[in-house]
Design a protein around this ligand. Structure first.
Ligand code: MZP
Length: 501
């Protein structure tokens, strides 16, 4: 066996040494913008995050409410993949549809009507989406739906025929084309949907019909013109059913995918990435992982990953290290993979962002992870504590808690995540079912954490993440100085404070 000379270390074993901060170095000047997917030297990544935060691909963390709340703050959630394809896609499309708030319309146009007719009707009805039927009535065959997204009055001549404006913008298989608007509306009500995607014979999306009472009036429909007002959302996939799951998620509007697995250095991931890239080229962005060393990173980079997740066995609910004796201290893993990412960029001119996944307990661990080279972070326990996580808030011995369980626990039964192609009956648990202290709304907590990150970055003289990575100086701390770092030799008045951290 090969023996590494250095022990593998965790975040709590390091501290940042402050650097010079100029008067420019104030939190308000700090940008936390970061790339989510790979890009070539000199080019911009096609997806960037305004904050380096993603929520874990877990049943107990990333549902619709989490996705909306985190996207609103500038991060992204990966909707958990340990559920049937249909329900995962429904979650994704509801997140995508929500903020745009398109309304369906019973105000019909014919395809030969023009943009000025559309504008007149839109003004009259206040609708941002208008159905186009064959004969202009709701019982006529539905020809398409024109949404505000297609409507660019300043750039489009007013006599443009409507049919030229009709473009699909998302997809989910529910209804075949050829139905009437009233049938579409009935179906929406019957199935309690917000929207009904209409597909052709080959299941390609033609357009969407939206629910009548869908409220677009809170947003100015004209602002919906640059996609920016739609929430961003990611989705987890696995190396088993990807040939069905990926097309469905793409069609539902997922912005980015990520293979959710405890072990990324595997041919299964290579096959999955290759298939996705063959089918979609660069159109579909997909992350892979998890790895903990240079070899794993290079393998996934060469296989086509758009980002690589780092971390095995460090998750708060994870017992992989205890169960199988594999894993690596998160700090050591991150430092090695970040170095490999930088070398790869130097040699190949392609920057592949890395994500530090799992094991972040204290807010300063976030800054450490970024300083050690992470482009963004994935957190489970942290987000599970908030109102927006999909789990129950329960009272345990007088304190409010939220439930939080691992994907490898018997509760989640996400065996695909750990699957090596063996006998399913011999699967064993690698995660636990637990409680975490309830912490209130995401926004307040996240803002506080981000403020701590920005403040520390200023102490290191860094105004953005890449500057932090270049300027940061880290020191390993002895066990005695770890004790010195907390409150010590005093009697704490409020012992609850330790829980709130
Ligand atoms: P944490 O933020 O709670 O410390 O860790 C969350 C991460 O733990 C997830 O993103 C995932 O990589 C990992 N995870 C999820 N379930 C398990 C498990 O059951 C697990 N073992 O290790």
């Amino acid at each position: 066996a090969y023996l590494y000379e250095e022990p593998s270390r965790t975040f709590s074993e390091y501290l940042l040494i402050p650097g010079y901060s100029s008067t420019e170095c104030i939190p308000v000047n700090v940008s936390l913008k970061t790339p989510l997917v790979k890009f070539k030297k000199g080019e911009e990544p096609s997806i960037t995050l305004n904050i380096p935060m993603t929520s874990a691909i877990m049943q107990s963390v990333s549902g619709e409410a989490m996705a909306k709340a985190l996207s609103r703050e500038g991060g992204i959630s990966f909707i958990y993949g340990s559920q049937p394809i249909g329900s995962q896609c429904a979650m994704v499309s509801r997140v995508k549809a929500f903020k745009a708030g398109f309304v369906p319309s019973d105000s019909n146009l014919r395809s030969e009507d023009t943009l000025s007719d559309l504008i007149a009707l839109k003004k009259k009805k206040g609708h941002s989406t208008i159905a186009v039927t064959e004969d202009g009535t709701s019982s006529g065959k539905l020809l398409g739906v024109v949404s505000s997204r297609d409507w660019r009055p300043s750039r489009t001549p007013l006599d443009t025929p409507i049919y030229q404006l009709m473009t699909p913008f998302a997809n989910l298989v529910y209804a075949k084309e050829g139905i009437t608007l009233s049938e579409a509306n009935d179906s929406i009500w019957e199935h309690k949907l917000n929207s009904l995607p209409i597909v052709d014979e080959e299941n390609h999306l033609k357009y969407f019909v939206f629910r009548k009472d869908y409220d677009c009036h809170k947003d100015n429909p004209d602002e919906l013109l640059d996609e920016k007002k739609r929430y961003r959302v990611g989705a987890g996939i696995n190396t088993r059913d990807y040939k069905e799951r990926v097309p469905a998620l793409v069609a539902s509007g997922a912005d980015v995918l990520c293979i959710d697995s405890s072990e990324g250095y595997s041919e299964w991931q290579h096959l999955t990435l290759s298939w996705i890239k063959e089918q979609y080229g660069d159109q579909v962005k997909v992350g892979a992982g998890n790895v903990v060393d240079k070899e794993g990173f290079l393998f996934l980079a060469e296989s086509g990953a758009d980002f690589v997740k780092v971390g095995i066995g460090g998750g708060s609910i994870c017992i992989t290290r205890e169960t199988k004796g594999i894993g690596r201290g998160q700090a050591t893993a991150l430092l090695e993979v970040a170095k490999a990412r930088d070398e790869y960029f130097q040699e190949q001119g392609i920057y592949i962002p890395i994500c530090s996944d799992g094991g972040i307990v204290l807010d300063y661990h976030m800054t450490l992870a970024l300083a050690m080279g992470a482009d963004f972070l994935m957190l489970g326990r942290y987000f599970a504590r908030f109102d927006e996580s999909p789990t129950e808030k329960v009272n345990v011995k007088g304190s409010y808690m939220k439930e939080y369980w691992g994907e490898g626990s018997s509760r989640a039964r996400n065996w695909q995540r750990y699957d090596l192609g063996g006998d399913e009956t011999l699967s064993f648990v690698e995660g636990v079912d637990s409680y975490v202290p309830y912490a209130g709304p995401l926004k307040d907590n996240l803002q506080l954490s981000l403020s701590k990150i920005k403040s520390t970055m200023c102490n290191c003289g860094a105004l953005n993440i890449s500057e932090l990575q270049k300027k940061a100086r880290l020191t390993v701390v002895s066990s005695t100085s770890i004790i010195e770092g907390g409150a010590h030799d005093v009697l704490l008045k409020d012992s609850q404070d330790s829980l709130k951290k």
